[in-house]
Write a protein that binds this ligand. Sequence first.
Ligand code: PXP
Length: 239
Amino acid sequence: MPHLGVNIDHVATLRQARRGVEPDPVWAAVEAELGGAACITLHLREDRRHIQDRDLEILRRTVQVKLNLEMAVTDGMLQIACRVRPEQATLVPEGRQEITTEGGLPVAGQEAKVADAVRRLKAAGITVSLFIDPRPEEVEASARVGADAVEFHTGEYANARDGPERDRQFARIAEAARQARGLGLVVHAGHGLNYVNVVRIAQIPGMTELNIGHSVVSRAVFVGLRRAVREMVRLIESP
Ligand code: PXP
């Protein structure tokens, strides 16, 4: 049975809409831990569009479970990761124009660069996961560069129509997971997973970690909105 990593970037996105102090992703991490998350995941993007350096610094000191830093393969990010030392780093591709991480890291096309990053992170005592598409050549390359784990990008599965196309995308992930385990890699998955499509992915043999953000934060709005309104009404009507 996999454990849940909660991605708190989406809380920071809401905060940055006003460039203010709320909602604070640090509080979100505490709530996620109390809810049973085994891992807190955050992506410090180069453009700092959601998570800020201050968030990472505080979370490093406050998170009690595994801290998973998603990061681009750049010298600047490697320096930050090696200084802050999250338990795990997940290497992701980063496009400035993208709304979210649109595809996996092309490990096969840049093995020397990724291998060097993996080496530096591991030397700092950090477990390294590579966010890749569920393709055989990417799994093989991930094993060659010395990664501890791979996180399969489930976006195409999540976006596929329910039916044969989704089944085909599921089969790709299940087969890639089997291949990765055979090569000694720990298997994670994430992106676009929600309360409807997660179950099958969670049941893949050897699946260890699922990183989920958008659907959890979206649901939190609705399971919490009524109470938040009630509290405001109470303040207004009986000040
Ligand atoms: N895993 C990785 C590597 C990601 O980049 C993201 C999105 O930031 C997620 C998981 C979570 O995706 P979602 O927000 O769609 O659940």
